[in-house]
Design a protein around this ligand. Structure first.
Ligand code: ATP
Length: 227
């Protein structure tokens, strides 16, 4: 079966009113791929993700998600997004937050599905009916991750998904990503940490000072950097 790009980025530049912070970015993520975006602090990862999601306009170039233009209603239905430093509304409990998010996609999650996802991520089910205000930082992150996976979207974009998680939770998130890949879903994630990418990603792109410096398999990146 021929695979098509789930995400296609062509000659994209973006800025915040001054010089470009991402410059001439071109790459594609194929359907079913797990693809990592690696870069140091300030490299432009979040800016690129915001541009892909249509939350920020590029100054030139084009982006499509499953052949729909970034920011269009059709493209938004394709993608589940976990932002960096995710923080749910403090006054909602997990069920309410998930119900609200799913309603934006015109979908519903049943309780059993939500509870089972919480167990997979090591989030105590007894906390799900409690307000997010009572959650620790890691528990909030887990709620964000659960919700993103539960959307059922074919493309998942995760900005620093392991941030704030302990080693057990990191392993649980990795298992969830591997499961999603087996279901044929496409995952595009950002991280500073190459070892996470090595385990999970089919390919990685390295972004440095707003420019792509490398695209290839994690093993090729390690070999080229002499690690
Ligand atoms: P980190 O790993 O630290 O989250 P990042 O790779 O996600 O970094 P970005 O947040 O995309 O990097 O930032 C890229 C550049 O754009 C930085 O120089 C930053 O100062 C600048 N920048 C980001 N957001 C804004 C903004 N809202 N207004 C002005 N400049 C911004």
């Amino acid at each position: 079966m021929t695979k098509h790009p789930a995400l296609d980025i062509s000659s994209v530049h973006a800025n915040y009113g001054g010089p470009s912070v991402i410059n001439d970015i071109t790459f594609s993520v194929m359907q079913g791929e797990t693809y990592g975006l690696i870069g140091l602090n300030g490299a432009g990862k979040t800016t690129l993700l915001k541009t892909i999601l249509g939350l920020k306009l590029q100054s030139s170039g084009s982006i499509s998600l499953s052949s729909f233009a970034a920011g269009s209603a059709q493209a938004k239905k394709e993608v589940g997004f976990l932002p960096e430093r995710f923080d749910p509304p403090w006054f909602l409990n997990a069920y309410e937050f998930i119900d609200f998010t799913m309603s934006l996609y015109g979908r519903k999650a049943v309780r059993e599905e939500i509870d089972s996802m919480a167990v997979k991520l090591g989030l105590n089910v007894a906390f799900l009916p409690k307000r997010a205000q009572t959650y620790s930082k890691g528990m909030r992150q887990k709620l964000g991750l659960m919700t993103t996976f539960l959307t059922g979207c074919p493309l998942l974009i995760l900005d620093e998904p392991m941030s704030g998680l302990d080693p057990l939770a990191r392993a649980q998130v990795k298992s969830l990503m591997i499961e999603a890949k087996k279901e044929g879903r496409t995952i595009f994630l950002s991280s500073h940490i190459l070892s996470d990418m090595e385990e999970l990603c089919d390919r990685v792109a390295v972004l440095h000072s707003g420019t792509i410096r490398f695209i290839g398999k994690p093993s090729e990146l390690l070999a080229s950097s002499g690690c």
